[in-house]
Design a protein around this ligand. Structure first.
Ligand code: ADP
Ligand code: MG
Ligand code: ZN
Length: 655
C-alpha cells in the first residue's frame, strides 16, 4: 500500500550514510593534519643564531652534524655539548642555553659549503646538503594539501546546506501531516472501551474504505467528513487512529494548530498538499485534530490575525468540496468546541456526520480501566468495578492516568503488583492533589477541618436526594484541608430537589463550623463559590426559580470582545439582574438553613464523627458506616451538650 514511501526510504538512508562517512573522512584528515603540522612546527621552533656564532661553535668543536638546505638558504647544526650547557646569543640578542643535541639554525643565504669553509667554519664529519628530512617533507606536503582538502570539504558542505535550505524553503508550504503506517502499534476498536454508538457510526466508514465498490454499486455515497465531538480525553484521537487501524489505510494526522503559521498563505498551501498526498494514497484517512484551531467562526474580532486562519479554513472547505467522494478519502476531525466551529464546516458535503463522545458512565469506566489494567500487573483480588463507581466524571484519559499513577505508586512502595490502596490513593490524588503529610496543621485547624468535613458528610447522609458518602478525610491534599467524597451515580439530569440537597451538603461545612465554633474560617470559600454557581444556574439556565419563571437569562456568545474565550451577553434589564441576585441569595440561604437544621438535630453524631476523624484521619467503608450508625457513647452526647451551652452563652453575650 505505501509502496512509494517505503521504497524511497532505503535510498535516502544510503545518502545519509554516505554523507556522514565523507564527513568522518574529512574530520580525520583534519586531525592528522593538525598533528603533523604541530610536529613540523616544533622541529622548526629552533634557536636561530648568527653565522658568526655558528662558526665560533664549529671552531670550538661544539657541532656534531650539519645539514645545509640550499633551497631555503639555511643551515641547521646539531650542538655537541659535554657537561654544562653552553651560553650563546641568538639572532635577536637573547642569551640561550644550548644542551647536547639541540638544533640551531643559521641563515646562510646563497653560501655553499665551500664558502662556509673559507669563512672558517669547521665542518664535522657528519654533514649533508639539501637533505631535508623525509618526515618533514611529508609534513610540508600535507601542510599545503590539507587546507586545500578542508577548503574543498567546506565548499561541498556549504553547497549541500544551501541546497537543503532551498528544499526547506520549498517544502514550507507542505503539510506537516505525519503518515502513521503499519510500523506504529496498530490501534483497533478493541482498544477503545465503551463509546459503542460512536464505534458503530465509524464502522461504516471502515467498511467503505475497505470495499468501496460495494457502496458504489448501489449508488451510496459515504460522508466525506466525520466530526468527532467530545470533552478532552474522551478518546477522539484514539478512535480516529482505531478507524485507520481497522481499515488498514494510510492515516494522515495533523493538528489544526499546525496549519497556522506566521505567514499568511502557508496554512492554505499545507491543506492543499495534505489533500494531494491523501488522494495519491487513497483509500486514505485524513485526520485533523483540534480543528477548532482553524475552524472557528469567521469573524473580524481582531483584524489581521484572522486572515491566515480564514484562508486555511477556506482552503479546507474548497478541498472538501473539490474531491469526489468515491475517490476513497475520508476526513475525520476532532474538536471539543463544536459550538465555536464555523457553520460552513458543518454543512452537508463537508463534516455532515457528527459522532459524539461523552464522559464514560460507570460500566464504560470499568471497561476502560480493564483495558489499561491489561498491560499492568494488578493484584488478583482487585475489584475494578468499585474503582469505576468511585471515578464519576473521569474521562478515559483520566482513567488511563489513574492506572499509571497507581503503578508508579506501587513501585515506590516496593510492591510487585498494584493493589486497591494504590488505586484509591491515586483517585484522591487526581481529585484533590497529593497528600501533604509533612504539613504541620495546628490542633485548632485540624479540629475545624474535622467538624467541617463531618458536617458535609453528615448532611449528605441525612438528606434523601444526595449520593452516598464514600470517604471522609482530614489529611491535607493540594490546597484542600480535607475532603468528603460522595459516590456519584450516573445520571442524565438533576431535579430541583437534588440541586437543593446538594447545595445543603455544600454549605454544611460552613454550617458546622458556625455551629461548633460560632465563627467561620476561610475553609469553606470554595464550597460557597460552588454553591453560588449552582444556585445561579438554577435561576438563569434551568428555570427553577418560582419568582423569575421559565426563561433563561444571559446568552452565551461564541467570542467575547477581542475574541478571548466565550463571552456572555446580557439580555435582561438591571431590574431583573437585581432579582436574580436576590433569588440566588435566597436559594443558598435556605440551603444553609437546611444544613444547620440537620446538624443541630444530629449534633451528638457530628461530634462523634469529628472525634473519630481526629483520631483516624480517614474514614471509609465499614468504619465510616459504623461512625454513622453505631450507638453513640455517653461522652459524645455530653460534649455536644457542652458546646451547645457554650454557643448559647456566646450568642447571648453578643446580643
Ligand atoms: P481526546 O483526543 O478525546 O482528547 P485521546 O484520544 O487523546 O482523547 O485520549 C487520551 C488517552 O486516554 C488515550 O490514549 C487512551 O489511553 C485513553 N482513553 C480515552 N478514551 C478511552 C477509551 N474509550 N478506551 C480506552 N482508552 C481511552
Ligand atoms: Mg485529542
Ligand atoms: Zn467544604
Amino acid at each position: 500500500m505505501l509502496s512509494d514511501k517505503m521504497n524511497s526510504r532505503p535510498d535516502k538512508f544510503r545518502k545519509v550514510k554516505l554523507r556522514s562517512t565523507l564527513f568522518l573522512l574529512i574530520a580525520a584528515a583534519a586531525v592528522v593534519g593538525l598533528f603533523l603540522s604541530s610536529c613540523v612546527t616544533t622541529s622548526s621552533n629552533q634557536v636561530t643564531i648568527n653565522l658568526s656564532e655558528a662558526i665560533a661553535l664549529s671552531k670550538s668543536g661544539n657541532i656534531q652534524s650539519v645539514v645545509v638546505n640550499t633551497s631555503s638558504g639555511s643551515m641547521t647544526v646539531k650542538a655537541s655539548v659535554t657537561g654544562a650547557p653552553l651560553t650563546i646569543t641568538d639572532t635577536s640578542g637573547n642569551t640561550v642555553q644550548v644542551k647536547n643535541g639541540d638544533e640551531l639554525t643559521t641563515n646562510i643565504d646563497s653560501l655553499n659549503i665551500a664558502d662556509l669553509e673559507t669563512m672558517g667554519f669547521v665542518l664535522p664529519a657528519d654533514y649533508s646538503t639539501n637533505a631535508a628530512s623525509s618526515g618533514s617533507s611529508i609534513g610540508s606536503v600535507l601542510i599545503v594539501i590539507l587546507p586545500l582538502l578542508l577548503f574543498i570539504g567546506l565548499i561541498y558542505f556549504l553547497m549541500r546546506a544551501g541546497r537543503s535550505a532551498q528544499n526547506q524553503a520549498l517544502s514550507f508550504g507542505r503539510s506537516r501531516a505525519r503518515l502513521i503506517s503499519g510500523d506504529r502499534p496498530r490501534v483497533t476498536f478493541a482498544d477503545v472501551a465503551g463509546a459503542e454508538e460512536a464505534k458503530e457510526d465509524l464502522r461504516e466508514v471502515v467498511e467503505f474504505l475497505k470495499n468501496r465498490s460495494k457502496f458504489q454499486e448501489i449508488g451510496a455515497t459515504i460522508p466525506k467528513g466525520v466530526l468527532l465531538v467530545g470533552p478532552p480525553g474522551t478518546g477522539k484521537t484514539l478512535l480516529a487512529r482505531a478507524v485507520a487501524g481497522e481499515a488498514n489505510a494510510p492515516f494522515f494526522s495533523v493538528s489544526g494548530s499546525e496549519f497556522v503559521e506566521m505567514f499568511v498563505g502557508v496554512g492554505a498551501s499545507r491543506v492543499r498538499d495534505l489533500f494531494e498526498q491523501a488522494k495519491r494514497n487513497s483509500p486514505a484517512i485524513i485526520f485533523i485534530d483540534e480543528i477548532d484551531a482553524v475552524g472557528r467562526l469567521r469573524s473580524g474580532a481582531i483584524p489581521g490575525s484572522h486572515e491566515e486562519r480564514e484562508q486555511t479554513l477556506n482552503q479546507i472547505l474548497v478541498e472538501m468540496d473539490g474531491f469526489d467522494p468515491n475517490i476513497g478519502v475520508v476526513v475525520l476531525a476532532a474538536t471539543n468546541r463544536v459550538d465555536v466551529l464555523d457553520p460552513a464546516l458543518l454543512r452537508p458535503g463537508r463534516f455532515d456526520r457528527r459522532v459524539t463522545l461523552d464522559r464514560p458512565n460507570t460500566a464504560e469506566r470499568g471497561a476502560i480501566l480493564e483495558i489499561h489494567a491489561k498491560t499492568k500487573k494488578l493484584e488478583k483480588s482487585l475489584d475494578l468495578a468499585t474503582i469505576a463507581k468511585e471515578t464519576h466524571g473521569f474521562s478515559g484519559a483520566d482513567l488511563a492516568n489513574l492506572v499509571n499513577e497507581a503503578a508508579i505508586l506501587a513501585v515506590r512502595r516496593n510492591k510487585s503488583t498494584i493493589g486497591m490502596e494504590e488505586l484509591e490513593e491515586s483517585i484522591d490524588r487526581v481529585i484533590a492533589g497529593p497528600e501533604r503529610k509533612s504539613l504541620r496543621v495546628n490542633p485548632r485547624d485540624r479540629e475545624t477541618t474535622a467538624y467541617h468535613e463531618g458536617g458535609h458528610a453528615l448532611v449528605a447522609r441525612m438528606l434523601p436526594n444526595v449520593d452516598p458518602v464514600h470517604k471522609i478525610s482530614i489529611v491535607a491534599r493540594g490546597t484542600m484541608g480535607g475532603y468528603t467524597r460522595l459516590l456519584t451515580e450516573d445520571r442524565y439530569f438533576m431535579t430541583a430537589s437534588q440541586f437543593k440537597d446538594t447545595l445543603a451538603v455544600l454549605l454544611a461545612g460552613h454550617a458546622a463550623e458556625k455551629m461548633m465554633f460560632s465563627e467561620v474560617s476561610t475553609g469553606p470559600h470554595s464550597d460557597i463559590r460552588q454553591a453560588t454557581e449552582i444556585a445561579r444556574r438554577m435561576v438563569t439556565d434551568y428555570g427553577m426559580s418560582e419568582k423569575l419563571g421559565l426563561r433563561t437569562f444571559g446568552r452565551e456568545t461564541t467570542s467575547s470582545y477581542l475574541g478571548i474565550g466565550p463571552g456572555e451577553e446580557k439580555d435582561y434589564s438591571e431590574d431583573v439582574a437585581k432579582q436574580i441576585d436576590e433569588e440566588v441569595h435566597s436559594i443558598t440561604e435556605s440551603a444553609h438553613q437546611i444544613a444547620t437544621k440537620v446538624l443541630q438535630e444530629n449534633k451528638p453524631r457530628l461530634v462523634y464523627l469529628a472525634e473519630k476523624l481526629l483520631v483516624k484521619e480517614t474514614l471509609e467503608g465499614p468504619e465510616l458506616e459504623a461512625a454513622f450508625s453505631e450507638p453513640l457513647p455517653e461522652t459524645a452526647a455530653k460534649a455536644a451538650k457542652e458546646s451547645t451551652a457554650q454557643e448559647a452563652s456566646g450568642s447571648t453575650s453578643k446580643n
